[in-house]
Design a protein around this ligand. Sequence first.
Ligand code: UDP
Length: 195
Amino acid sequence: VPTVSVFGIPFCKFGMQDTVSYLTEIVSSGRPHQIITANPIMVMAAKEDPAYKKMMQQADLIVPDGTGVVWAAKIGGDPLTERVPGFDLLHELMKQGERRRWKVYLLGSAPEVIQEAARRLTLQYPDTEIVGFRDGYFGPDQDQEVIDAIVQASPDLLFVARGADTQEPWIAKHKAALSVPIIMGVGGSFDVISG
Ligand code: UDP
């Protein structure tokens, strides 16, 4: 994957369509991948916190979710194609899932939010099967139980919404155990989808 470094974070150069094509290949591979849709706040967090930076650098794909990142790359002389917003990427993957009969698990947000988000996504993308969902308010003592439920459901995509400082390190830590081809943090997306 061609990348551009922005403050030491390797951003994928692909635009939305190429990103979706690449992620479609990844689903076929079956191996777990962490996708980070990074905004300038996350880039700055990485600048301040070496552990967060290392975690980001070990992600399988980092896409530019934010005009600030696209702008910084342009100033740096090695431009990115376009912004690839996480919210739009979520919808593009749900759309792709309809054609390919993907299974999806939704993790995060408050219980009533995730339930309503699952209901609305099912209405919008009936052929992308939501094989499970649960809220994002659980502690480390419940990690194993949450992971077991996801592994049992065996999804192709796992969207995680627990706040940027929590969700990306959680995904990085449990990526291998989760063993889902595409694991992506989606921040406040379920709040928006549930209305
Ligand atoms: N969230 C969660 N568990 C937590 C903290 C947050 O599920 O322990 C959810 C929250 O309900 C929201 C999403 O994560 O749907 C993003 O939260 P927030 O906007 O506070 O985080 P930010 O992205 O601003 O860091």
